[in-house]
Design a protein around this ligand. Structure first.
Ligand code: AP5
Ligand code: ZN
Length: 214
C-alpha cells in the first residue's frame, strides 16, 4: 500500500502516520524527520537544510527528490510506504509520476490555520524517532518523556509562532495546489483521494482512516 499524506504543517500527518505504520506494517517516510536526522548528524546537507527549516522555508526540490528516490528503493519499501511531508510542490509530484511511482491513496487532512498555530505551541517530539505528542490533545504517559524510550521530549525549533505562520504561507502557495493535482489524478484512476476533518480527535481520525484503508 502506497500512501501520500497531504496537509498543512501541524495538520496531524506524523501523528496518523504513527498509527498507520503500526497497523499496516509499512514504513513512514517523513522528509522532515530525514532532514532533521541529517542536521543532527552534522552532514553538509543537514546543516544547509537546518538553516532553511528553522526559517520555515522549503529545501530545494532537487535535493528532496534525490533523497526520497533513494529511500523508496530500499528493501523495506517493497510492500509500500507512507509519504509524510512529500510531495510538497508540483515539481516533486511530477518527479514521482515520472519515476513511475503509483500511489494507492492520497489522504488529505484539513485544519484551519488558527487552529494550527494554537496546536503547534503544545507539540513535543522525540528527536530520535520523530514520535509526536501534544501536551493536551495527545499527552505522553509520563510528562515530558517519550513513551517508548523514556527519553526527554523537545520542542521543534520551527514551532515558534512566527515560523509557523511563515510555513503556513508557504503551504498555501506551494503545497495546497497539490490537492487539485491529486483530485485530477484520482479522476483518471490514479490513487483515491480522501479528505479528513483534521480538527476531530486523534482516535476518531484514525478510525476513519481504518474504515477506508481496511
Ligand atoms: P515536516 O517535518 O514535514 O513538517 P510539516 O509538514 O510542516 O509538518 P509537521 O511535522 O509540522 O506537522 P504534522 O502534520 O506532521 O503534524 P503532527 O502530527 O506533528 O517538515 C519540516 C521542514 O522540513 C519544512 O518546513 C521544510 O523546511 C523541510 N521539508 C520537509 N519536507 C520537505 C519537502 N518535501 N520539500 C521541501 N522541504 C521539505 O501534529 C502537530 C501537533 O498537533 C502535535 O502536537 C500533535 O500531537 C497534535 N495533533 C495531531 N493531530 C491532532 C488532532 N486530531 N487533534 C488535536 N491535536 C492533534
Ligand atoms: Zn510531521
Amino acid at each position: 500500500m502506497r500512501i501520500i499524506l497531504l496537509g498543512a504543517p501541524g495538520a496531524g500527518k506524523g501523528t496518523q502516520a504513527q498509527f498507520m505504520m503500526d497497523k499496516y506494517g509499512i514504513p513512514q517516510i517523513s522528509t522532515g524527520d530525514m532532514l532533521r536526522a541529517a542536521a543532527k548528524a552534522g552532514t553538509e546537507l543537514g546543516l544547509k537544510a537546518k538553516e532553511l527549516m528553522d526559517a520555515g522555508q522549503l529545501v530545494s526540490d532537487e535535493l528532496i527528490i534525490g533523497l526520497v528516490k533513494e529511500r523508496i528503493s530500499q528493501e523495506d519499501c517493497a510492500k509500500g510506504f507512507l509519504l509524510d511531508g512529500f510531495p510538497r510542490t508540483i515539481p516533486q509530484a511530477d518527479a514521482m509520476k515520472e519515476a513511475g511511482v503509483i500511489v494507492d491513496f492520497v489522504l488529505e487532512f484539513d485544519v484551519p490555520d488558527e487552529e494550527i498555530v494554537k496546536r503547534m505551541a503544545g507539540r513535543r517530539v522525540h528527536s530520535g524517532s520523530g514520535r509526536t505528542y501534544h501536551v493536551i490533545y495527545n499527552p505522553p504517559k509520563v510528562e515530558g518523556k517519550d513513551d517508548v524510550t523514556g527519553d526527554d521530549l523537545v520542542i521543534r525549533p520551527d514551532d515558534e509562532e512566527a515560523t509557523v505562520r511563515k510555513r503556513l504561507e508557504i503551504y498555501h502557495a506551494q503545497t495546497a495546489p497539490l490537492i487539485n493535482y491529486y483530485q485530477n489524478e484520482a479522476k483518471q484512476g490514479n490513487g483515491a483521494h480522501h479528505k479528513f476533518d483534521g480538527t476531530k480527535p486523534v482516535e476518531e481520525i484514525s478510525q476513519e482512516l481504518a474504515n477506508i484503508l481496511g
